[in-house]
Design a protein around this ligand. Structure first.
Ligand code: NAD
Length: 412
């Protein structure tokens, strides 16, 4: 780690803090009330300016935190340096190998956490597979992303989950804003940074029309792209049609797309048969959690040459002579090639995280080894604080309306 980057990191962390008023209020409250005194937290999150502010909020509440990256390419080295120079245990460096990634996770677990914070469920997986002895001391965990929640629900269904987890991802104040507006904007930012390509007039194929896909399609259309959606769920596909996009299978989309982005949380969404159909010079990127949505091994096998043409852009030449440009090794392009989500949306995601850690610390005795939703009260509090910070007032129910809405006897 280059500790000389700490000053730059600190400036950027403070800049982000100005755009995270909800988390800042929670940090101040934590500082006064110390609800996390003595709580040890292992956090496996993208090491960004926003995460740094979450870490400072937890520390203000009395917690000690060991932080490791949740993706080998998502660490902002200046942020890691700033945190380390403030005495936080940080194990992360941009471009770390897969082996280092897991070594660092092991290091971060050495504090014997009471609470784990995940973005993709890697900490929980490692605890269960390699350190089941730690489970007894763990009061609960929080999961930040859709892919992690899917893994954890599968564990819970198998009766394999050893401690309770709160699915922070599923809070409305997370999913509706972070996944949609955050991923929508920052994915395009990542593609722009890596390629400086013009979106106007291009055909952009968006695979997956969930929260992230909706945001991405909406923003790409705003830039003037012709958006094609590829979906497997007929309801989401129908929604995409009614939202005005063309919907088709990947085999058809592969023939007409200029830029392809996967946001499905699934594997091998773009694979050999699709690469072969693509036009010369297409750009392929992923913004889903793991780097498996694009079948990179198949691309490697098919290609007659593979070369890095600029930072974050690798050219694969196929036997036909056609070239495919893969961005950021197929890892989350918004984090690898840009800053990740804007601080304003991470404000809400991490406010949910901070309050969920507090909730676990106060209620762990009552929780079972299940995946829990974020308590509605926390979700509403986050929305209320955000509106307050934006200076927006909303309508309130009158007593008569409350009565009407809770009654089943009033009809025509
Ligand atoms: N880049 C980021 O910063 C960021 C932020 C939030 C979430 N994520 C990740 O993005 C992914 C999507 O998250 P989400 O919240 O939109 O999930 P979601 O469940 O709301 O949407 C995923 C969609 O993909 C569709 N899908 C699944 N397999 C498919 C296939 N083979 N072809 C086409 N469509 C397919 C599903 O039907 C679903 O509609 C997850 O991996 C999540 O962890 C990334």
């Amino acid at each position: 780690m280059d500790i000389g980057l700490a000053d730059e990191g600190r400036k950027r962390i403070l800049w982000a803090r100005r755009h995270m008023p909800v988390l800042e209020r929670i940090r101040e409250e934590f500082d006064r009330e110390k609800p996390l005194l003595g709580v040890r937290v292992t956090a496996c999150l993208h090491v960004t300016v926003e995460t740094a502010n979450l870490v400072y909020a937890l520390i203000a509440g009395g917690a000690s935190v060991a932080l490791t990256a949740s993706n080998p390419l998502s660490t902002q080295d200046d942020v890691a340096a700033a945190l380390a120079s403030d005495g936080v245990s940080v194990y992360a460096i941009r471009g770390e190998s897969d082996e280092q990634y897991y070594e660092y996770l092991e290091e971060a677990l050495k504090i014997k956490p009471h609470v784990t914070l995940d973005d993709g469920a890697d900490t929980i997986a490692v605890v269960h597979e390699k350190h089941p002895d730690l489970i007894e001391g763990i009061r609960g965990g929080c999961e930040e992303t859709t892919t992690g929640v899917i893994r954890l629900r599968a564990m819970a269904d198998d009766g394999a989950l050893g401690y309770p987890v709160i699915a922070v991802n599923d809070a409305e104040t997370k999913m509706m804003f972070d996944n949609r507006y955050g991923t929508g904007q920052s994915t395009l930012h990542g593609i722009m940074n890596a390629t400086n390509v013009l979106f106007a007039g291009k055909t952009m194929v968006v695979a997956g029309y969930g929260w992230c896909g909706r945001g991405l399609a909406m923003r790409a259309r705003g830039f003037g792209s012709n958006v094609v959606v590829v979906e497997v769920d007929p309801r989401k596909a129908l929604e995409a049609v009614m939202d005005g996009y063309r919907v088709m299978p990947m085999t058809d989309a592969a023939r007409i797309g200029d830029i392809f982005v996967t946001v499905t949380g699934d594997t091998s969404v773009i694979r050999r048969e699709h690469f072969e159909l693509m036009r010369d010079g297409v750009i392929v990127a992923n913004s889903g959690h793991f780097n498996v949505e694009i079948d990179i091994p198949a691309l490697d096998e098919t290609a007659v040459s593979v070369k890095s043409v600029k930072e974050d852009v690798v050219e694969y030449k196929l036997p036909s002579g056609k070239r495919i440009y893969l961005l950021a090794e197929g890892r989350l392009v918004n984090l690898a090639s840009a800053y990740g989500h804007p601080s304003e949306v991470m404000d809400m995601s991490f406010a949910n995280q901070a309050l969920a850690v507090k909730y676990i610390s106060e209620n762990y005795n009552k929780l079972e080894n299940k995946v829990y939703a974020v308590p509605t009260e926390i979700d509403r509090t986050v929305a209320r604080l955000k509106l307050d910070a934006m200076g927006i007032k909303i309508e309130e129910l009158t007593p008569e309306q409350k009565n009407y809405l809770s009654s089943w006897t009033m009809g025509t």
